[in-house]
Design a protein around this ligand. Sequence first.
Ligand code: GRF
Length: 209
Amino acid sequence: MTRLGILLSGRGSNFLAIAESIRLGKLKAQIATVISNRADAPGIDSARALGLPARVLPSQGLKRVEHDQQVVAALRNAGVELVILAGYLRLLSPWFVQQFPGKILNIHPSLLPAFPGLEAQRQALDYGVQFSGCTVHFVDEHLDHGAIILQKAVPVLATDDEHSLSERILVQEHIAYSEAIALIAGGDYRIEGRRVLVDAGNRPGKSHL
Ligand code: GRF
């Protein structure tokens, strides 16, 4: 079973959704370690409460590469095969990305390439788009940029504020991340340019649109 290393900085709801998919047998993987760069991340408390190996590796005051070296060492010690960024508020150094080629995933709360970076839901509202959603993608050296594995769209309603839109997107994030991990862990895909191509029969749940 694929050994996952979860990196997070905060709430950890995506991590918990992944843990739940594993518990329910929907996702055939195991969480080898959960690492936070912040001691006060609620996600790290959740990991401990579930009895999972959890570590805090503080990033504050360290150079990016120094911190990345510690994180990569911890991931290797735990035998991690697939690195899952789940609300990890750090840009990975190119060196980190090269340590796990094609094996680092991120989730972002917009339909990339629209609205990369912070406050994607706010950006979507301010822009006036009528649909937004979430994107699971491979991580490369650039922010929210690597090849797209899976997207799910949600409508933006006239009554939405940042909170309500974020909630609607989050429901889809929790579904999308486990589906994308199952796809990549299963290895039944190929990459052509920026396109991640999956045999039709293996394509997990479609967007509800
Ligand atoms: C999610 O919206 C995710 O898309 C973004 O950061 C947020 C993390 O939420 N990258 P959580 O910590 O998983 O609850």
